[in-house]
Design a protein around this ligand. Structure first.
Ligand SMILES: CC(C)(COP(=O)(O)OP(=O)(O)OC[C@H]1O[C@@H](n2cnc3c(N)ncnc32)[C@H](O)[C@@H]1OP(=O)(O)O)[C@@H](O)C(=O)NCCC(=O)NCCS
Length: 155
């Protein structure tokens, strides 16, 4: 399968691809995540993509948008407690269901590695929500490891 991956600023295409991810989060964490609403999501992507700090890649098969990765550069200033650090943060990565398990997710992650390399950034971080087993397996397989745990107690 010939897959083309390109950097993009097409916030409409990105918003469309976000629907499945947003709906998974809404179905599993309805108190935190809103249901997908195209207009609102388009506006959010437009704002992010206009910011210099955000970079998006889109995967296409025969001109059909089938996956994306959205990342941004995060700078931690030096403090009394921690050293200064610049990381590339993968905010979202998704491949539409019928194209999953074809190595497209891996290709998108590799774009993020190349980007970090070009920017001389040595660390990539990301997160996913508890229960997203596809994501956990996928990220672990692609070399990511846990380094910080969040806990909560509902009152
Ligand atoms: C996580 C996600 C991006 C992975 O995308 P993907 O394109 O399926 O990823 P890959 O194809 O590179 O790898 C997925 C699996 O397919 C396998 N695979 C890759 N190419 C394959 C091929 N040609 N034949 C069979 N299996 C293959 C990989 O080994 C991997 O195996 P796993 O079952 O151990 O995980 C995708 O599942 C997704 O969009 N999920 C919903 C959104 C989401 O949760 N995103 C993360 C949080 S923002």
């Amino acid at each position: 399968m010939k897959i083309e991956i390109k950097q993009t600023k097409d916030f409409r295409e990105l918003a469309e691809l976000n629907e499945a991810v947003q709906n998974w989060h809404h179905a599993n964490y309805p108190d935190d995540f809103k249901p997908f609403e195209n207009h609102e999501v388009e506006r959010a992507f437009e704002k992010m993509i206009r910011s210099e700090n955000f970079i998006a890649f889109i995967a296409k098969h025969k001109d059909k948008a089938i996956g994306y990765l959205l990342a941004y550069v995060k700078k931690r200033p030096d403090s009394a407690f921690q050293y200064e650090k610049t990381i590339l943060y993968i905010d979202q990565v998704a491949v539409i269901e019928e194209y999953q398990k074809n190595g497209i997710g891996e290709k998108l992650i590799k774009e993020a590695y190349h980007l970090a390399d070009r920017m001389q950034i040595q660390e990539i971080q990301l997160d996913f929500w508890q229960g997203n087993e596809l994501a956990e397996r996928f990220f672990s397989k692609n070399g990511f490891g846990f380094f910080n745990y969040k806990m909560k107690r509902q009152l």
